[in-house]
Design a protein around this ligand. Sequence first.
Ligand code: BES
Ligand code: MN
Ligand code: ZN
Length: 495
Amino acid sequence: MEVKFSTHKWNEMATDCLVIGIPEGLKQPKGPLQPLDALLDGQLAALLAEGDLTGKSKDTLLLHTFGKISCKRILFIGLGQSVTFESLREIAARAVRTALKSKVSHLALALDSFMTDGVSEQETAQALVEGSLLGGYRFKGYALEERNDHRLSRLSIVCQEGQTSEVEAGGKLGEAMAKGTNLARELVNIPGNLLTPTGIASAAVEVAQRYGMEYEILEREDMIRLGMGALLGVAQGSAQPPKLVAIRYKGRPIWEEVLGFVGKGISFDTGGISLKPREGMEEMIGDMGGAAAVIGALEVIGQLKPEVNVLAVIPCAENMPSGTALKPGDVITTMSGKTVEILNTDAEGRLVLADGVSYAKRLGADYLVDVATLTGAVLVALGTCTTGVVTNNEAFVEEVMEAAAEAGEAVWRLPSFDPYKEQIKSKVADLKNTGGRYAGSITAGLFIGAFAEETPWVHLDIAGTSWAEKDTDMSPPGGTGSMVRTLALLAMGRA
Ligand code: BES
Ligand code: MN
Ligand code: ZN
């Protein structure tokens, strides 16, 4: 979809639908609503007086203009009592969804009607574009007859002459954020047979190529040479070969102060020999949500080009049971040299991440953020709206949490006291890959932390947040694109 900026008067905008924000409690047409009301024979004044236009948050009213002005329809949407960046995003998303039901193709948003004190023009434009594109996302699916077939083809932000540079800057930000998020959603929604480890790697490479980033793909032979026994172990039960993608975004002349992102790329998680129950296993097509978040963040970074060095490492494998699969009791040697006793083959994410983290360090990462759909336990602890955080560094975790707050993505820290580390010590190896029933999300995170060693590291467990059961204004069911914007803003904040 195209995003455009236009400086037409509201009533001169030729479009399928013009969206106008109405503040709660408005009694009669004010400002640019007055000439509009005159052209519509005083009908706006009547609607306000009759109480049809309440301005209550997200209340909508769709009017046909019957040729009286150049846009075919006007969609009024309530702003509620107080307007924030976040509420604007949701309002825009709701407006798009409402408009899509009427098969609108070209939607225009009247910027001034959404402006309030405390939210700048740039932020307002960002919120409107970001919310519209996020709310308008649909997964196409594979049915012969497309169900959600209607899309927006164009989105216009209608502003005044003097506002354009601010508005375009905000719009560009919002567009980049939404495109990255929607890419991550799309990848999560693609089924396991159609997005294999090879497919995840190709998706990552596509982004790298689009923005001229350096990349490499490690094949099984490379992994053997590097001693990546953990990633190889997880992959050995599958007919699909593992891949590891590394992408360098060089925003600075020297490769230093490198921010490393490591994303779990399990294209499908059956649990392996420690097979998962059949109920709900289909959701494990989303077990590459961490990889998707990293790829989505690169998509944002590629568009916005911050002066920061970013390294993305994405270990990809399929976790399958078979005659060649890893078994409980097996001991593997990771790239770091540390050995791991496998107690449960379903705790595969931390294994591929262990080698991913070691490789990121090898390539020069000075800071590490790993993102993974790692544990069911994080759903028990935090539910579906909050991402779990584990760290080894106070200052760095503060920075990541600030980026998350700015992105509007909820995160919550879990403790990482020393006694938890005892839970993952093995009698026969350096580590074991499960820490027992208690504090599962913490011990899983700390397992990865053992490979980060002294490097400042933050772990984001998105098992609860990367997949939505229910529809919300900004996100349909399925992949949510969790942590794309947090990672992107973390990188932007360092530029
Ligand atoms: N991919 C799963 C975690 C998961 C669960 C993601 C639910 C999304 C929704 C992970 O690989 C896994 O199976 N974890 C195990 C760990 C256990 C065996 C220690 C789990 O959480 O049960
Ligand atoms: Mn698993
Ligand atoms: Zn998994």
